[in-house]
Design a protein around this ligand. Structure first.
Ligand code: IVH
Length: 785
């Protein structure tokens, strides 16, 4: 087949996949297959630049930056819609429609003729016009003032679900399609996270993000943004497309236009109201933001009869939902102290109703966020409450700032609750074998349990269901106990007397006895529960379980070095430091001792988990030292020649070069020339040995293990454990875990969403386990998940 035929074939196939994916919502091939076809087309077009055409799916990457947009006149003006906020507004609209069409109108209680309406969500994006000539996309324009917009042709071409040419046949020579360009909630979150990561400006909401992305003079930026298009009507056409609104949209869909999945008929206004309620109830679950629904008289003949009033059609109306954003004033910024002592700025707001709920406070998270927002006390801000999410301060409205009336937000130097010093936390970063400390965004009160705020939260956490599960002690009672000076640490719970409890508000004889029994019963917790209950910063239930399961005893957890902790699945250096620092703290050690002294017996302390013991190898440890350019493979090579720290320390440049490439050998030598690095490596080794782990070489470790010599591959999403954990477990059984499937692969574990690797495994006849089967397999090997 010649290149041209193949190019045409690939384009047709990719177009078809796009259509099924974006318009029909029924993808027919896995993403990986699409990507493969796409790359093949890209490669062929690169070889044959003369065959590149504007409507090729590869041409969505944006072009040269413009210096300004040129203007486009809309042959038919782009109008806006009248709004209905209340049910009565909508009934009034229906009455006007009936009147305009000379139909029986009924009365306040209904009874009017049922008009055929179309119902669609009102997407919160920006209106765009797309012009197709002879089925080819030739122009894209913004709405502008409705009469004149901006030419954003290059930009709209980058939007994945905008067809560059129409499908099928029968379209008019001139066809102007109108619709909304928007950004999905997921796309918006991802974009904002990426923007924040690089320190770039974040967007207040998906609408602003969509607008900011579409109106870029540099269309390459537009191409990198997750924009989508949804068509809701037509403009100028050289021939009629249909006789009803819904008929037109369905015809456009057949030509490749994405239309709303929520498009419905309604016979009469009652059905419109039912649609409004249904979409309203599902608003938070829709993947994109909407600010209402739009009802349109379905028949075009009826639309013509009704005509327009000023700049709004008489045949359509937007029924709005409560706004998710409102403006209000920051009256003050106060500081709250949390369980771990984090001092968090909270904005006290002039109360405002947002999406139906009165908002008077909003967390500002930390001082970095305050700086990012540039918010000052007295500012007017945009408050947003999207879905069930807590209200957020999104932006300062600088235009409304009165410089005389605002004052800066300052972090207090002393804890507002206990007066202890407030310190800025440090972040630990590690690269090229060096640890660096940098300033964190979080400030902490150093008062620990001497701070009433921390003590209260610590006790509330300690007794909570997933921690020590002491039933009957509510937040109010904890506050009372602390305020009355009856408890100063979790250990004091175990010294409470009947006389003290029965005095608490809401307690009587029975409830007091019950609480005391519950406290007594909590003295035999599992290790994981106990660790979680301690409230170590950044240590949730999962991490507590990992610590308990891997290290097996409180003593080991308490003295583990940060580097040793990073051997455990899903524990990074930062969390490892939090854990280590927590147990280094004299006050925390005292509290733990007090707890043990009052008769606490941890239930499942025991040996180190086999999987952890096996996962430590000398090579693994060296890889963790983060010596520049020495990764896991380099470390293995080194250890294959020099199988102890002593030998490595004693090695000269020549010895090292026998094991490693020159650059790596040099890096290893330089690293271990520094005494502190040698001490660190020895301390880690000593601790691992003390914890009962011995290593000689990687190979020996695997020998004799059930999966020794086997290569496994993990693909798709695992839901019952992270991939890292799955990998650790397989390695603990002696398997190698590889990234690609080949004839040598022993088994593939495939979770949902598995793509090309699964296909390949099936082709090669490699055995495949789904996650449940894998968990069962692990259980058979004595490994619990
Ligand atoms: S119809 C003459 N349908 O809302 C009718 N508009 O205030 C023109 N919008 O500028 C618009 N979803 O940006 C229509 N399903 C929908 C819509 C929709 C969102 C936007 C559009 C328009 C504004 C009208």
């Amino acid at each position: 087949m010649n290149a041209e035929t193949r190019i045409l074939e690939l384009r047709a196939e990719l177009d078809q996949h796009n259509y099924r994916y974006y318009v029909l919502d029924e993808p027919s091939v896995p993403d990986a297959e699409y990507d493969r076809l796409f790359r093949e087309l890209q490669a062929l077009e690169a070889e044959h630049p003369e065959l590149v055409s504007d409507d090729s799916p590869t041409q969505r990457v944006g072009g040269a930056a413009l210096s300004a947009f040129s203007q486009v006149r809309h042959e038919i003006p782009m109008l806006s819609l009248g709004n209905a906020f209340e049910e009565t507004d909508l009934r009034e609209f229906d009455r006007r429609v009936l009147e305009g069409l000379d139909l029986p109108a009924g009365d306040l209680f209904g009874g009017g003729q049922a008009v055929d309406y179309s119902c669609e969500p009102k997407l919160d994006g920006l209106a765009v016009s797309l012009l197709y000539r002879n089925g080819q996309l030739v122009q894209g324009a913004t709405r502008g003032d409705g009469t004149t917009g901006e030419d954003i042709s290059v930009n709209v071409r980058t939007i994945r679900n905008v067809p560059l040419k129409l499908h099928g046949e029968g379209w008019p020579d001139v066809l102007e399609v109108r619709g909304e360009v928007f950004m999905s909630k997921a796309g918006f979150d991802k974009l904002n996270a990426a923007q924040a990561e690089i320190g770039a400006k974040t967007f207040a909401n998906p609408r602003n993000a969509a607008a900011g992305s579409l109106r870029q003079l540099d269309s390459k930026i537009t191409a990198s943004r997750p924009l989508e298009f949804c068509c809701y009507g037509i403009g100028q056409v050289s021939a009629p497309v249909g006789e009803t609104h819904i008929g037109i949209l369905e015809q456009l869909k057949a030509w490749g236009m994405p239309i709303s999945r929520e498009l419905r008929h309604a016979a009469g206004i009652e059905e419109c109201l039912a649609y409004y309620r249904d979409i309203g109830a599902r608003r938070n679950d829709l993947p994109y933001e909407i600010d209402g629904v739009v009802f349109k008289v379905n028949s075009l003949a009826a639309q013509r009869e009704l005509g327009f009033r000023a700049r709004e059609p008489r045949w359509a109306i937007a029924h709005k939902f409560p706004a998710m954003e409102e403006l209000t004033e920051v009256l003050d910024v106060e500081f709250q102290v949390g369980r771990t002592g984090a001092v968090t700025p909270v904005a006290r707001l002039k109360p405002v109703k947002v999406a139906g709920v009165t908002v008077a406070n909003a967390t500002l998270h930390n001082m970095d966020e305050v700086a990012r927002l540039g918010v000052m006390i007295g500012d007017t801000v945009i408050i947003r409450r999207a879905g069930d999410v807590i209200p957020q301060v999104m932006q300062v409205v600088l235009e409304r700032r009165d410089p005389e009336a605002v004052r800066p937000v300052r972090i207090p130097t002393e804890c507002p609750v206990c007066g202890s010093q407030v310190e800025r936390t440090q972040l630990v970063k590690r690269s090229k074998g060096k640890e660096t400390l940098s300033e964190g965004a979080v400030y902490r009160c150093v008062g620990r349990l001497a701070c009433a705020a921390q003590l209260k939260q610590a006790i509330i956490h300690y007794v909570s269901r997933r921690a020590m599960d002491i039933e009957g002690l509510g937040e109010k009672s904890v506050e009372q106990l602390v305020d009355e000076g009856l408890i100063a640490s979790p250990a004091d719970l175990y010294r409470l007397t009947y006389e003290q409890v029965v005095e608490l508000e809401g307690f009587a004889e029975v409830s007091s006895n019950k609480l005391l029994a519950a406290i007594e019963d909590s003295k035999r917790p599992g290790l994981a529960r106990f660790i979680y209950a301690l409230g170590i910063p950044d240590v949730g239930e999962e991490t507590a379980k990992v610590l308990a399961r891997s290290l097996g005893s409180l003593q080991r957890v308490m003295k583990a070095l940060p580097q040793v902790l990073t051997y455990l699945p899903d524990i990074g250096l930062e969390v490892a430091y939090e854990i280590h620092n927590f147990f280094e703290d004299e006050h925390n050690r005292q509290v733990i001792q007090q707890l043990l002294d009052c008769g606490m017996v941890l239930q499942d302390e025991g040996e180190l988990a086999a999987e952890f013991a096996r996962s430590t190898t000398l090579a693994g440890m060296i890889a963790k030292l983060d010596i520049s350019s020495v990764g896991p493979t380099g470390a293995e090579k080194l250890v294959a020649k020099l199988d102890s720290l002593d030998k490595i320390f004693a090695a000269d440049a020549i010895d090292l070069r026998q094991a490693l490439a020159t650059k790596q050998a040099e890096a290893v030598r330089e690293f271990f020339l520094i005494e502190a690095n040698r001490d660190l490596a020895r301390a880690i080794e000593a601790q691992l040995l003390e914890f009962g782990m011995h290593w000689t070489s990687e190979k020996k470790t695997a020998e004799g293990l059930p999966l020794a010599g086997q290569t496994w591959v993990l693909t798709g999403t695992l839901e019952r454990m992270s991939r890292d954990i799955a990998k650790d477990k397989l390695e603990s059984l002696g398997a190698k875990v590889s990234g690609s499937v080949s004839g040598k692969t022993h088994c593939v574990v495939a979770g949902p969403g598995a793509g090309s690797k699964l296909t390949k495994a099936n082709e090669l006849g490699v055995s495949v386990l789904d996650e449940d089967a894998f968990v069962e397999f692990l259980a058979g090997q004595g490994i619990a998940v």
